[in-house]
Design a protein around this ligand. Structure first.
Ligand code: 5CA
Length: 192
């Protein structure tokens, strides 16, 4: 593992923030990707449940950060109810503006400006979880209790119910356009 000074500036900001919050920064940088929860779990050798997704949402009076277990989708209806105002997923530009980090490396601490944090209660069942450390190939382990403490986060039920997540997509076949397309081609062939 490189010395702290060898980390890219984005990781150094996270290391500094963790140290200032009294957490020993145990950053692990990899050659392979930790950009998504699945990537991170595979690269670290842990389970997706233990990966902390740092997701930015836009609400009327500013962005909020949701720290969600890698297996969960955030239910924006639940989040909006918690906030008392509608929230929607931030796009990549807003996520970067709000946190100072690019998607794939957004950490739970060290942001450009403080923003309210909500912590998925499902994360609390694990002894250790892994969060992004500023870049798409750096992570750090932390106990859920410490994660809540250092982020000043509010523990909440923000996950979509599994039955909703598993809901099958519309599987309707685009038969009509296909048939029309084939007919069109046939007609063209015939008229040629
Ligand atoms: N490094 C890992 C966890 S250690 C990580 O950052 N995971 S993450 O889930 O917090 O960040 C990736 C997430 O960014 C994905 O869930 C994906 O849904 C989201 N994402 C990717 N592209 C965009 C985009 N253009 N706008 C908004 N969200 C995006």
């Amino acid at each position: 593992m490189p010395e702290a000074g060898q980390y890219p500036p984005a990781v150094q900001r996270v290391v500094a923030a963790l140290a200032a919050l009294g957490v020993e920064p145990r950053v692990r940088a990899f050659d392979s990707s930790t950009a998504t929860a699945a990537d991170a779990a595979a690269t670290i050798g842990t389970t997706v449940e233990r990966i902390v997704k740092s997701l930015v949402f836009a609400a009327a009076d500013g962005p909020v950060l949701v720290l969600a277990s890698g297996v969960n989708r955030v239910d924006t209806t639940k989040l909006s109810a918690l906030l008392g105002r509608p929230a929607r997923r931030a796009d990549a530009a807003l996520a970067r503006q709000a946190t100072g980090f690019a998607i794939g490396g957004v950490p739970p601490v060290g942001h450009a400006a403080p923003l309210p944090v909500y912590v998925d209660r499902d994360l609390l069942q694990y002894d250790l979880v892994w969060a992004a450390a500023g870049t798409p190939n750096a992570v750090f382990p932390i106990t859920p209790g410490e994660l809540v403490r250092v982020t000043g986060g509010r523990v909440a039920d923000v996950a979509q119910a599994p039955d909703k997540v598993a809901e099958p997509e519309q599987t309707e076949q685009p038969e009509q356009p296909d048939k029309l397309d084939k007919l069109g081609k046939t007609e063209k062939t015939r008229s040629a």
